[in-house]
Design a protein around this ligand. Structure first.
Ligand SMILES: [Fe+2]
Length: 259
């Protein structure tokens, strides 16, 4: 199977979509599905991100810039999800994560602001910050739209679980490979790593574990939500992999698309 083929037909979601359709999914098989998807995502991310240390600096700048649009939309989607959920542990936890994303009252501590300081430190100009890839702009808009229209459980899979768990996996792998780039390794460049120490370190691992526990409690309280939750997560995986593939295509294989 080619790399491109793997991206468009991730094995784990496909296998489990059979269970989703037949209504056989229970809590245990859902978490098996989630773990397999996370492992597959990690392997995929690692294979893709291996190229990062070898990129020209301008391609690396464009590549990193595109992730900022995910962080911005993730916050507003998370706010919608918090508004839709019933009172309980998951709603409270996601509201705490949302508060952290927003900087807990300090604009300069909001995560997109911290990420933009990283971008500035690697030489990204301000005017570059407003250029999302059109295809990814569409993807993010679709996720927001589906989050609004679909059930809270679908939203948990799409943004509560997909955003927090998959995001952490990709960021950890991205951070690992970014640090190998000669430009990033040169201390005289003064790279601002704060975003990465927050998102690829212990704090984000704890977030992931807390989120998983809160979602498990949510499923126990509302077992009927399981199929929708799994569908949302499956949708999230597809969208997330496509989001990154678009970035690779534009920044690495066809860099002129962003110039
Ligand atoms: Fe964040």
């Amino acid at each position: 199977m080619s790399f491109q083929k793997k991206l468009t037909t991730p094995a784990a979601p496909f296998i489990h979509s059979i269970a989703l359709q037949s209504g056989e999914l229970d809590r245990k098989s859902f978490w098996e599905f989630a773990d397999e998807a996370k492992e597959a995502t990690e392997a995929l991310a690692d294979e893709k991100m291996k190229v990062l240390p070898h990129l020209p600096v301008d391609a690396l700048q464009r590549f990193c810039t595109q992730y900022r649009f995910f962080t911005i939309d993730y916050i507003s989607d998370l706010a919608v999800l918090v508004a839709k959920l019933p009172f309980g542990g998951l709603r409270s936890l996601l509201s705490q994560i949302l508060a952290e994303e927003l900087g807990e009252g300090h604009a300069h501590r909001a995560h997109p602001e911290i990420y933009d300081r990283f971008l500035a430190s690697i030489g990204v100009e301000r005017q570059q910050l407003e250029r999302p890839l059109p295809a990814n702009h569409v993807i993010l808009g679709e996720l927001t739209d589906e989050l609004s229209r679909r059930s809270p459980a679908f939203g948990v899979g799409l943004r509560g679980m997909g955003g927090e768990c998959l995001c952490q996996t990709y960021l950890s792998v991205m951070f690992e490979h970014l640090q190998e780039h000669p430009y990033m390794r040169d201390p005289s460049n003064g790279i601002d790593w704060e975003f990465w120490t927050i998102h690829a370190g212990e704090q984000d691992i704890i977030h992931g574990e807390l989120t998983r526990q809160a979602i498990d409690d949510y499923i126990r309280e509302e077992p009927a939500a399981l199929p929708e939750l799994a569908q949302g997560y499956e949708r999230s995986i597809t969208a997330w992999n496509l989001f990154w593939q678009n970035i690779f295509d534009a920044c690495i294989e066809r860099p002129a698309a962003l110039s």
